[in-house]
Design a protein around this ligand. Structure first.
Ligand SMILES: [Zn+2]
Length: 261
């Protein structure tokens, strides 16, 4: 039997947004705008053998410059979940946006993994063009390069077994190398969709998100995730306050959501 994990979603930040801000070309749906909270999460998968963290949150500076509310910095958020950053064996980055890689310096020992497509895009010339660059921090991309030079950053292909029971799948769309992570749990597989699905409404009403590198790939990613979930996997959206309602298990605090025991 494959290794099984306890999975936690840690809410470390939040902001008030609106439907017209988050859904691409929202006017096309001919609906009035409405407030929509955007929560910011990263995720922990723990087994008796290892702890893997998926994404790392934004940095205090990266969040503040965009007006985001940081509830806890990355190390404090991990400790709120009973996890010491130095005890984390691996960090999987689903993509390179500021709110997913900014907390990386908290992890001084972990092996870091991300898709080669994602790394190559953001360290290449197109990633520096205005509509792409504003979603990243140059210093944080520099940190990725430094990790790569130090031999701590592993670049993966489109499908990669991170550890037994924990798999990365590249789907693209939101960013060129956007990945999701499927985790084996006692209650069946869980798909940590990250920004392949910010809000359940994207998946359930087929509504792409406003930040998009390739729209056809984003729709195709929705299709892939629907296929995966029809096989029984449960989807954990990347920024949706509904995660707390759908996976009601309370962790140590309200901001630590138990996805699976
Ligand atoms: Zn993103």
């Amino acid at each position: 039997m494959s290794e099984q994990y306890e999975v936690l979603a840690i809410r470390y930040g939040t902001r008030q947004a609106s439907a017209a801000e988050v859904f691409l070309n929202y006017h096309a749906y001919r609906e009035p705008d409405r407030p929509l909270r955007m929560d910011y999460f990263f995720w922990v998968a723990r087994s008796p053998a290892r702890t893997v963290v998926i994404d790392t949150g934004f940095s205090p500076a990266g969040g503040a410059s965009r007006g985001r509310t940081m509830l806890l910095d990355t190390a404090a958020a991990l400790r709120a979940a009973g996890q010491e950053p130095d005890a984390v064996a691996q960090v999987v980055l689903t993509h390179a946006h500021y709110d997913h890689i900014g907390g990386l310096p908290a992890f001084t020992r972990a092996e870091v993994l991300m898709t080669r497509a994602e790394y190559d895009f953001w360290t290449g010339p197109m990633g520096r063009r205005g509509q792409f660059a504003h979603t990243t921090e140059a210093s944080e991309l520099g940190h990725l390069r430094a990790l790569r030079d130090a031999g701590r950053l592993t670049l993966t292909g489109p499908a990669h077994a991170v550890a037994p029971g924990l798999e990365l799948t590249q789907l693209g769309g939101h960013t060129p190398g956007q990945a999701v992570v499927t985790v084996a749990t006692r209650e069946g597989p869980v798909i940590l969709a990250s920004d392949a699905v910010h809000y359940y409404e994207e998946l359930e009403r087929d509504r792409p998100f406003s930040t998009v590198a390739n729209l056809a790939d984003m729709y195709a990613a929705f299709d892939r995730i629907r296929e995966m979930s029809q096989g029984g996997a449960r989807v954990v959206a990347g920024h949706d306050p509904l995660v707390a309602a759908r996976f009601g298990g309370r962790g140590r605090t309200d901001d630590v959501i138990r996805i699976s025991a």
